[in-house]
Write a protein that binds this ligand. Structure first.
Ligand SMILES: *Cc1c(COP(=O)(O)O)cnc(C)c1O
Length: 456
């Protein structure tokens, strides 16, 4: 019988700095552009939406950015998060590989997202902001920001993608328990929401639409700023705490990953685990293979174009260069709602272009099969999003078995699935379909990309 091996760090080992990969890039990422002038934007352009401290983090090239003590103090509720060796899963698979997972489901909201929600709420509070508006897909980000808002005394309004609002009433209850206001998006609350409802009264919603609504509220109110749960550089920065801890825990385990895996919606949990390892490699350390895992039904990295695009469907955001399916693309309503975003973090996209990371896509049913296998071996029920990482880890372990290699695999178990049991119930009942996106709609969304002349 195999034993559970869990690598725990003492509380005083919560990192004191976040890691900023922009300090170590061989080439800087392309600039963010103003959609009107097509010129690089400056900090003032973002000031209506974000507090200045976060804007400065967005453009910083400093390698280490200090974590404010009040943020570390709240991190202590659940951090450092455990690194666990999946011995029983290894045994079930009969693989010579060592499988480790960093478990972020121990946070109060059940995922990695409070790592940035707490930091964002802190900086907004510091700058005198009273209210935050945001979007949520599966409800994970909305509940994380609601949690952070409760701790810092900020009012939080969440636009929740309509399908997920209907599918996941308990996520909404969680947000409301923390004191947030939760609206289904598209909503009559904003001009953009009303314009969508006019032509599509039954619109299922999308992250791109919900972002437009949340941005509109922030842009039109002085006491309100916007908070984004993924994609942006400062979000990836805050999530680096995952990888910084994991590096120390891998040392405790006396090994180093050959492959590092994370699922990718906007890219933040993957980047959070992977970037500190990539930076270590860029500064002369070992270079593990980095694997981003996305859903086949919303494959921005594997099928998208690397191009300038809007972050939202209503075209209220600046233009960023990223892997995108087009800002008007509405992915089918599969269960990993946190992965239903048309774009990918600009930094993750840039690293893919530089050849520093690989990407792979899987269908939802094969991901749930891997998630159930994992739950029966390790006991933890992964979030549907995290099942994509589990699937890739299982595939890597089986490859090691075929090749007779005792590699070390590390993946991010980004959250638990306790609020997603309807998806598991559908899977058990054989009702979980592998949804395909509409090729025509994708082609149309891609043909609608804004045209931006090449620099120089
Ligand atoms: C939101 C979410 C994701 C996807 O977002 P990223 O920014 O790509 O990390 C993945 N897993 C869980 C559990 C989530 O809540």
């Amino acid at each position: 019988m195999s034993q559970t091996i869990k690598y725990l760090l003492p509380e005083d080992r919560i990192p004191r700095h976040w890691y900023n990969i922009q300090a170590d890039l061989p080439r800087p990422a392309p600039p963010v552009l103003h959609p009107g002038t097509l010129q690089p934007i400056g900090p003032a352009d973002l000031a209506p939406l974000f507090p200045m401290a976060l804007i400065m983090q967005e453009v910083s090239t400093e390698r280490e950015i200090e974590i404010p003590e009040p943020v570390r103090e709240i991190y202590r509720v659940w951090r450092p998060s455990p690194l666990i060796r999946a011995r029983r899963l290894e045994q079930v698979l009969g693989t010579p590989a060592k499988i480790f997972y960093k478990y972020e489901g121990v946070s109060p909201a059940g995922s990695h997202k409070p790592n940035t929600a707490i930091a964002q709420a802190f900086y907004n509070k510091e700058e005198g902001i009273k209210r935050l508006s945001t979007e949520t897909g599966a409800g994970q980000w909305g509940s994380s920001l609601a949690f952070a808002g409760a701790l810092f005394g900020l009012d939080v309004t969440v636009f929740q993608v309509r399908v997920s609002y209907d599918q996941k009433p308990y996520r909404r209850a969680l947000m409301e328990t923390y004191g947030a206001r939760c609206l289904p998006s598209p909503s009559p609350e904003t001009a953009y929401g009303r314009s969508v409802l006019e032509t599509h009264p039954d619109h299922p919603g999308s992250l791109g639409i919900a972002i437009s609504e949340a941005v509109e509220i922030a842009a039109t109110r002085d006491d309100t700023k916007y908070a984004l749960g993924s994609v942006l550089n400062h979000v990836l920065l805050h999530q680096s705490i995952i990888g910084i801890e994991a590096m120390e825990q891998m040392e405790m385990a006396g090994t180093w990953p050959d492959v590092v895996i994370g699922c990718t919606g906007g890219g933040s949990n993957f980047a959070g685990l992977a970037f500190p390892f990539i930076g270590h490699g860029l500064r002369g350390g070992p270079k593990p293979r980095m694997l981003a895992v996305e859903p086949s039904a919303c494959p921005s990295l594997t099928r998208g174009k690397y191009a300038y695009d809007f972050g939202d469907t209503g075209h209220l955001t600046p233009l960023t260069k990223m892997h995108t399916l087009g800002s008007t693309f509405t992915p089918p309503g599969f269960h990993a709602g946190g992965l239903r975003y048309h774009g990918m973090a600009p930094l993750v996209s840039h690293l893919a272009e530089l050849g520093l990371i690989d990407a792979v896509a899987y269908e939802q049913s094969e991901c749930f099969a891997a998630g159930v296998l994992f739950a029966r071996a390790e006991g933890i029920i992964p979030a549907p999003e995290a099942n994509h990482a589990v699937k890739a880890a299982v595939e890597e372990a089986l490859r090691c078995k075929r090749e007779g290699k005792a590699e070390t695999i590390l993946f991010n178990l980004s959250g638990h699935g306790h609020f997603d049991m309807q998806a598991y119930a559908d899977y058990s009942a054989g009702k979980l379909l592998d949804l395909q996106y509409d090729e025509k709609e994708l082609a149309m969304a891609l043909s609608g990309l804004p045209s931006v002349p090449a620099p120089g």
